[in-house]
Design a protein around this ligand. Structure first.
Ligand SMILES: [Zn+2]
Length: 155
């Protein structure tokens, strides 16, 4: 089977960042149509886009993204907390699969890699446990890639 090659158009952040604004879905709009502001994931600057016959005119916006981080803490619990995650894989015997998953979740990976797959959290019979995590503090940061190690927990 021959693969189909696709070309998609984007605009790089005019500030010089690597961030790419996809404009492929705007090609059918009339010239002069304005979009934005859209915000760069790298520098946070806002940009307005105007459809032109030969592409887009891009101008800076006075609004910008202010990057932040929030620290939450899970206080000591009296009951175990169960997390249900989405887990799809190629078909394998159940024993091999369970050994592989035990290694993955207990030794090989950090929870930050799989919390995005969480579909449910349960404490006792409570599958809607509000208030489990406690707010610690908020930080403004220069970049979305700033880590807690650089900030400290504030405690
Ligand atoms: Zn940028």
């Amino acid at each position: 089977m021959k693969a189909t090659l696709l070309t998609k158009r984007f605009v790089r952040c005019p500030h010089g960042c690597a961030h790419e604004f996809s404009v492929e879905h705007l090609s059918h709009y009339e010239d002069g149509r304005q979009f934005g502001p859209w915000f760069c994931d790298d520098c946070g600057r806002g940009w307005n886009f105007t459809k032109m016959p030969d592409g887009f005119d891009v101008t800076g916006d006075k609004k910008r993204m202010v990057f932040g981080k929030v620290i939450l803490v899970l206080p000591p619990q009296t009951e175990p907390i169960y997390f249900t995650l989405d887990s799809s894989m190629q078909d394998r015997p159940l024993v091999d699969r369970e050994e592989g998953l035990q290694y993955l979740y207990e030794q090989h990976s950090c929870p930050v890699n799989w919390f995005r797959d969480m579909v449910e959290m349960q404490i006792g019979d409570n599958k809607d446990p509000h208030g489990v995590l406690k707010f610690v503090r908020y930080f403004d940061v220069e970049s979305p890639t700033t880590t807690v190690a650089e900030l400290g927990t504030g405690e």
